[in-house]
Ligand binder design. Structure first.
Ligand SMILES: [Zn+2]
Length: 275
């Protein structure tokens, strides 16, 4: 999960006529904050560089300025657009003004609603069957989490449970064991679904990811090879669907799968399912 913060400052004594952003700061090739000084106010925009939403949490310190919206600002910004975030009006024109901001952000739309009709494919090749280790709210490491562990041996092809746009991946990690130190060291793929939720697949083998950020993937498409990297007690694929929250966090969601013998169903721990 990407979260960044930065403090910047813009100072002025009014009146430059703006022909483009007077200030621009970009974050992880994902979006840029741009500020335009119009003389009696500064307009602040978020310009997205990607296809998916981000949610920002913005705090602003001001001198001789006032915001046109409640602070702190928490707002989800659409992908591939330049969106007005807020304006800071100069109180006493002709007198010096300044502001600085502190930004935190997270991928995703805090207003996204999971499509209630969505049915997921089992994340492996058609015709194959694997057992579920831990299921939703599993007692080992899934307490409070709607996640599924599929017991895939290392090197098993992993297929997208649902199509969308690849947001982020990692496949540089080599080590895996049940040690909290390795919680951020699992190779993964995150896919944004068309309803604004995300599918998260983790524990791919070293160099075992077959897609890149920005790729469009279809349901059932090969996305990589299972492994045992990160916080993991043995080879498996951990899969969860999550949405972003206004509290700058995420929550996992219970989802149903299409299965060979059991029809469309929530998956159960210990049960084996054929795709
Ligand atoms: Zn898991």
């Amino acid at each position: 999960m990407l979260i960044s913060g930065l403090l910047i400052a813009l100072l002025g004594i009014s009146s430059p006529v703006s022909t483009g952003p007077d200030y621009s700061e970009c974050y992880e090739n994902t979006f840029c904050i741009e500020a335009e000084d119009t003389g009696n106010r500064v307009d602040i925009y978020v310009r997205s560089l990607v296809d998916w939403e981000v949610t920002i949490f913005l705090e602003v310190e001001m001198a001789n300025m006032r915001p046109d919206t409640a602070m702190p600002l928490v707002q989800s910004m659409p992908g591939k657009k330049r969106t007005h975030a807020l304006s800071l009006k100069v109180r006493d024109i002709g007198y010096p003004w300044s502001f600085s901001y502190n930004l935190t952000w997270i991928p995703g739309d805090a207003g996204a609603r999971h499509d209630a009709d969505a049915v997921y494919e089992l994340p492996f090749a058609k015709g194959r069957s694997f057992a579920v280790g831990q299921g939703f709210q599993g007692r080992e490491t899934h307490q409070g989490t709607y996640a599924i562990d599929f017991l895939l041996p290392e090197g098993t092809p992993v297929h997208a449970a649902r199509g969308g746009t690849v947001v982020d991946t990692a496949d540089r990690f080599t080590e895996g064991k049940l040690d909290p130190v390795l919680k951020a060291a699992g190779n993964f793929v995150t896919i944004r679904h068309d309803d604004g939720t995300f599918g998260y697949y983790v524990h791919f083998r070293h160099q075992g990811v077959a897609v890149r950020a920005g790729d469009r993937v279809e349901t059932g498409q090969l996305i990589g090879y299972s492994g045992n990297t990160g916080y993991s007690s043995g080879p498996h694929l951990h899969f969860e669907v999550f949405s972003t929250t206004k509290e700058m966090s995420s929550r996992t969601l219970p989802v149903r799968f299409r299965t060979g013998r059991h029809g469309v169903t929530y998956l159960e721990e210990g049960q084996r399912y054929r795709r």
